[in-house]
Write a protein of this length. Sequence first.
Length: 257
Amino acid sequence: MRLVILEDYDQASEWAAKYICNRIIQFKPSQGRYFTLGLPTGNTPLGCYRKLIEYHRNGDLSFKYVKTFNMDEYVGLPRNHPESYHSYMWNNFFKHIDIDPNNAHILDGNAPDLQAECDAFEKKIEAAGGIDLFVGGIGPDGHIAFNEPGSSLSSRTRLKTLAMDTILANAKYFDGDLSKVPTMALTVGVGTVMDAREVMILITGAHKAFALYKAIEEGVNHMWTVSAFQQHPRTIFVCDEDATLELRVKTVKYFKG
């Protein structure tokens, strides 16, 4: 497990984007040999997405032979709703790069059979050869995707009821009106992300500091689902200085060294 500590959000975002860019280039994707990338939503990855768009516009990076799988989507929110994760991904990333829309996979929160939708998503990942690099962010309570505290660490893609903390945190995207915030979501499981060949978790800001502490300094605990990645053979936590505020000085010095 690696912990990469950068000075601020912008540096952490750039480091993560460069890492993704280098991984794709080193893979040498081509027709019939696609690089598969797991992607998150939320505020944290926006800086990383902006940098990846920049690399693409500069001619340094192509997504022509990249397949993406998003972590989650709200249930019951129209696909074209400004706060749906379909809208988020297209507005903040996909429409600015050369990815084939057929290769950008996002769960359908309006599917007639939600469990069948989740099962089909797992099969699509399997058919693509698994995820080469899964990028994720976390909530202040240490949840990864919508794997809320208490989720099984071997869970697969499924329907999940959102915790009140998550609903409250998301209210800011819905004019602060709790009644507008979806209470359920489709999400990949912790086990789904653990199956990826490599995992990179982005953690920035002082409000995520306690979650980072729980993720790396304490044991694996299903109440802090991000801690599961201690057991992954290739995990990188990318954070800024603010996110390290709850860590022991000794831990910070060790990883900086």
